[in-house]
Design a binder for this molecule. Structure first.
Ligand code: DX5
Ligand code: ZN
Length: 222
């Protein structure tokens, strides 16, 4: 199994102790820090914006993986890049001109990702796959942390992995929502290579050890 990345989601952190929790991420084997931006329109929840993202980026040694759950994300792409995003992901369902939005992300120098809600078929990406660095498959309905993993996502991962491999592309498959030690192995075996983990890391007794265990899946130390 190729090496995979772990991207803890700061949505599950203690917002009164962001500096402490980000320093924990810095000490861990996490590869990225996943930052969920919610506008209260595309999703029912509101989280944080560019100013907090920028401060988190200054505190964090790991690349920022910014997940935009907002309508018309083209209004904010440059601002999130300026705030330190290395990867910027927009939702398929929130973009009328997805191809243009992906070029806009790449023009900032960031990696371009597209997220799909649980009901959105991976085949809809056929005509933009070449333009992507990452596909984020939502394994819960976006808007909240701590939800239950939708098992059907496993089929979507397998289908998307075949689409990517048939074309010989280098596109990451990220899984977001309800991911933890109980299902990470099945997710990776299906063909994903980036695991977002919010509650399963931050609400665990020893977050650093949990990241280590998630990272070790598939290796001899597991
Ligand atoms: C959900 C967010 C997720 C969330 C995952 O809308 O996109 O990134 O933080 O949280 P858990 O891992 O708790 O399901
Ligand atoms: Zn997310």
């Amino acid at each position: 199994m190729p090496t995979h990345k772990i991207a803890p989601s700061i949505l599950a952190a203690d917002f009164g102790n962001l500096e402490r929790d980000i320093s924990m991420i810095n000490q861990s084997e996490s590869d990225w820090l996943h930052i969920d931006i919610m506008d209260g329109v595309f999703v029912p929840n509101i989280s944080y914006g560019q100013a907090i993202t920028k401060r988190m980026g200054q505190l964090c040694d790991k690349p920022l993986d910014v997940h935009l759950m907002i309508m018309q994300p083209e209004r904010y792409i440059e601002q999130f890049r300026d705030a330190g995003a290395e990867v910027i992901t927009v939702h398929y369902e929130a973009c009328t001109h997805l191809h243009r939005n992906l070029q806009q992300i790449k023009a900032t120098g960031a990696k371009a990702g597209v997220a799909l809600n649980p009901h959105t078929n991976v085949e809809l990406l056929e005509d933009v796959l070449e333009d992507l660095d990452m596909v984020c498959l939502m394994s819960v309905n976006p808007g909240f942390g701590g939800q239950k993993f939708i098992y059907r996502t496993i089929n979507k991962i397998q289908k998307l992995r075949s689409m990517i491999d048939e074309r010989n592309l280098n596109v990451d498959i990220e899984i977001d929502g309800g991911v933890g030690l109980q299902n990470a192995e099945a997710i990776l075996k299906a063909g994903a290579n980036v695991l977002v983990a919010g509650s399963s890391v931050f609400k665990s007794e020893d977050p650093i050890a949990t990241v280590k265990r998630l990272k070790a899946i598939g290796s001899d130390n597991f």
